[in-house]
Design a protein around this ligand. Structure first.
Ligand code: HEM
Length: 349
């Protein structure tokens, strides 16, 4: 069966060899029924990610309709990831500053402490899957000031919220995500951890209020969750066939099969990408490992501010699992997380 380029691109995310699928794609291909383009060459990807007329949300729908009048509306509406235009640079500068204010040594210490807390002894395959999702969330939570007794519930809430706003979510996932959004907001009120305080300070300096701090504190946890789980999980898979320390394997995953494989943009007005005219309202699915270049952390104004954090958390997570005696050769049972953009192995017994 011949798949249309859009379908091929989203199914490639969790195929055995995404590159084989991507290699068959032309730089910019349009699919009329979906009014959607697929940008598949490094040039097209770079141009699309740096094009100011391509926004992160469709015009006229800054917040998905199903989130309106729910506890998730105010969170979604204030997220740096979901904004364009004049407000974005200031907000982005605040998030970047808040993350950079936290000393790298402290992130390393917390990553190790959290890893020991959530995996005190040799975990089985199911527990490794949970560890991979939980570690990034709990490192950030810990630095926001959320204590270990709340982590298990918090991880479930973050997973539910990310599932709800990810492309392709169903009605049940949406309902659960909306419930989780309300719980997350209540849970994070009045925290005093160093990351919360630096986010508060960075936002206050730019006249941004409490909702921005709260929403983006939640945003940091869900941005980190699936993506860093994909990085740890794929590095563990790679350890079956490659020598090298955690850091080398992490870089290899990021350059070969980045955990976030694509992202979307929407044309705010008619514009050009790699010589093709994208009309206002059309969507562009952007492949982040196109050709021989990887855009693992994106590019342009929405580029990931958490790259350094992700690498530290993944490195300490993998090292901890190795110290516990996890044998990657035994990790043969896994499936890919059902997703249109994240490549995350889920191990099972
Ligand atoms: C391996 C792990 C990670 C990967 C592969 C990854 C990848 C990405 C990518 C590709 C984007 C850009 C999305 C787009 O342009 O549409 C992004 C944005 C973002 N990431 Fe990450 N990320 C990772 C970990 C993290 C961590 C640990 C944090 C927080 C500490 C984080 C925070 C963010 C935020 C806040 C944004 C939105 C930035 C903006 O829209 O201006 N990420 N990430």
């Amino acid at each position: 069966m011949t798949l249309c380029p859009y379908t091929r691109a989203v199914t490639a995310v969790t195929s055995d060899n995404p590159h084989a699928d991507y290699l068959q794609m032309v730089p910019m291909q349009f699919q009329a029924p979906l009014q959607s383009w697929v940008a598949a060459s490094p040039l097209a990807v770079r141009e699309a990610l740096n094009n100011p007329h391509l926004g992160v949300r469709p015009t006229g729908e800054p917040i998905p309709t199903f989130l309106l009048n729910t506890p998730a509306e105010s969170i979604f509406g204030a997220l740096v990831r979901m904004q364009d235009g004049e407000a974005h640079p200031q907000l982005k500068a605040a998030i970047r500053q808040a993350l950079e204010d936290i000393d790298e040594i402290l992130i390393q210490q917390i990553a190790l402490t959290v890893a020991r807390e959530i995996a005190p002894c040799l975990p089985n395959a199911n527990q490794i899957t949970r560890f991979n999702y939980a570690l990034p969330v709990c490192v950030i939570a810990s630095l926001l000031g959320v204590g270990a007794d709340e982590w298990a519930e918090l991880v479930d809430e973050v997973l539910d919220f990310s599932r709800c706003i990810a492309p392709g979510g169903n009605e049940r996932q949406r309902d659960m995500g909306i419930l989780a959004a309300g719980r997350l907001s209540a849970r994070l009120e009045n925290r005093r951890g160093p990351l919360w305080l630096s986010l508060q300070r960075a936002c206050a300096m730019r006249d941004m209020g409490h909702q921005t701090v709260l929403s983006n504190a939640i945003g940091l946890m869900f941005q980190a969750c699936e993506s860093t789980a994909g990085l740890i999980g794929q590095a563990l898979l790679m350890m079956r066939n490659h020598d090298g320390d955690a850091q080398v394997l992490i870089e290899k995953v990021l350059s070969d099969t980045p955990p976030i494989q694509n992202t979307r943009r929407f044309a705010l007005r008619d514009t050009q990408v790699a010589g093709c005219t994208v009309l206002a309202g059309q969507c562009v699915l952007i492949l982040l490992c196109a050709g021989d270049e990887s855009f693992a952390f994106g590019d342009g104004v929405h580029r990931c501010p958490g790259a350094n954090w992700a690498k530290i958390i993944a490195r300490y997570g993998i090292q901890h699992l190795s110290v516990l005696g996890v044998d990657p050769q035994a990790l043969n049972n896994f499936h890919w997380r059902v997703s249109q953009n994240a490549r995350v192995p889920e191990f099972y017994l």
